[in-house]
Ligand binder design. Structure first.
Ligand code: FES
Length: 150
């Protein structure tokens, strides 16, 4: 077991895990941050998307070791009361159905809007292309991204 210092949601946190532990496990099991969801574990579904140094990243395919010296933001760190503009848009448009994929969808949208504040439909589709929603909420997701950009 090794010790790793992770900068998560504005705080330094320490975890004691093997260095090759997926960051997603450290977030969920060691730090109790269960916003990032486990879907596929191979970087394909987007359920775990969080921000690493402001970019959308998939913590299921990053190790704890390579995550040291980065700034990690999970959906828990997005806002104090769940009132980030993207979260508000999601609520206003009642996007979620089962909700499982939505933290990853929201974080992917946050990353998109940070680099492209007024994305067109093509840019939204491209940014969220690899975030799977089994309930098929895609039209509401796209509408919520446009709402958050207003
Ligand atoms: Fe990370 Fe699917 S659980 S991309």
């Amino acid at each position: 077991m090794d010790r790793y210092r992770l900068h998560v949601n504005g705080r330094q946190r320490e975890v004691r895990v093997p260095g090759d532990t997926p960051l997603l496990w450290a977030l969920r099991e060691e730090l109790g941050l269960t916003g990032p969801k486990y879907g596929c574990g191979v970087g394909a579904c987007g359920a775990c998307v969080s921000l690493v140094d402001g970019q959308a990243a998939r913590p299921c395919v990053r190790t704890v070791e390579e995550s040291e010296h980065t700034r990690i933001t999970t959906i828990e760190g997005l806002s104090a009361r769940g009132d980030h503009a993207v979260q508000r848009a999601w609520l206003e448009l009642d996007v979620a159905q089962c909700g499982y994929c939505q933290p990853g969808q929201i974080m992917a949208a946050v990353a998109l809007l940070a680099r492209t504040p007024d994305p067109d439909d093509e840019q939204i589709a491209e940014a969220l292309r690899d975030n799977v929603c089994r309930c098929g909420t895609y039209p509401r997701i796209r509408a919520a991204v446009r709402r958050a950009a207003e």
